[in-house]
Design a protein around this ligand. Structure first.
Ligand SMILES: Nc1ncnc2c1ncn2[C@@H]1O[C@H](COP(=O)(O)OP(=O)(O)OP(=O)(O)O)[C@@H](O)[C@H]1O
Ligand SMILES: [Mg+2]
Length: 238
């Protein structure tokens, strides 16, 4: 079962929103999703408490460096996708979670294109590759993209990142009220009332396209290879 983490050392890049959209869409499609809430601010845990039961989703809170691997092992047999939401930091928990991931999604705000937080995660991935021989797949996902950001501008951003060898998802996540409302109301895009929240259909379409692209990159049944990932370098990495 793939482990997908969302990381960007800069706060507010859209990690939690993108993680929740992916989790709820995969769950809607019938996959069993375990979300590991690695952010001490507990946004996803609060969303889960507001929502009550959400079919196919489990959320694990109060995660520590020591407990992370246990959660993955314990929930593994009941999980098709693990999604790890991380704090806007570059600390030991972020490093450990990234080291345990099959794919790291790095949300970057398409409009602001402040890529400094993303660059810190890319540096961390290079560090893991050099020092621990861990080559972890990763992609930038452009988020909070408004209609003001033209296709041409997006293509340019993609080109710039590609020149650095960074893969960028074809599907940007738009700036949508429905995505914000999920945290207020709870539930999923499929349970939001279209009479109360604008453009739910477009939001659903966007989330589905995003999840489908991720599924193409990470089919549910990957065969995990390699030795158990145990680290002795956490302190120097953080
Ligand atoms: N696609 C979007 N459309 C509308 N609002 C969004 C979108 N993505 C994020 N936001 C809003 O921007 C704010 C920050 O987003 P989010 O919490 O997802 O970022 P984050 O990277 O997880 O932040 P942190 O580093 O603090 O954990 C929130 O208020 C959220 O509702
Ligand atoms: Mg967050």
């Amino acid at each position: 079962m793939p482990v997908i983490s969302f990381a960007n050392a800069k706060g507010g890049a859209g990690k939690t929103t993108a993680a929740l959209l992916l989790a709820t869409e995969l769950a809607h499609q019938g996959f069993r999703v375990t979300v590991i809430d690695g952010d001490p601010q507990r946004w996803i845990s609060q969303w889960f408490e507001t929502s009550g039961h959400v079919r196919n989703i489990e959320v694990i809170s109060e995660v520590t460096i020591a407990s992370l691997q246990c959660h993955l092992r314990e929930m593994g047999p009941r999980t098709d996708y693990f999604i790890i939401d991380l704090a806007g930091a570059r600390d030991a928990l972020v490093t450990t979670a990234i080291g345990l991931s099959d794919h790291v999604m790095i949300p970057v705000q398409g409009s602001a294109m402040d890529a400094r937080g993303a660059a810190q995660i890319l540096d961390l991935l290079s560090f893991l590759k050099e020092k621990a021989n861990l080559d972890i797949a990763h992609s930038v996902v452009l988020t909070r993209v408004t209609s003001m950001v033209t296709t041409k501008a997006l293509l340019m951003i993609k080109g710039l990142l590609a020149a650095r060898g960074v893969h960028v998802l074809d599907t940007p996540i738009g700036e949508r009220i429905a995505f914000k409302e999920l945290f207020e109301i709870g539930g999923t895009l499929h349970t939001l009332d279209p009479a109360k929240v604008s453009n739910v259909d477009k939001a659903k379409e966007n989330a589905r396209a995003f999840a489908e692209e991720v599924m193409r990159l990470m089919p549910a049944k990957v065969i995990r290879t390699g030795a158990p990932r145990i680290f002795g370098f956490r302190r120097s990495a953080a």
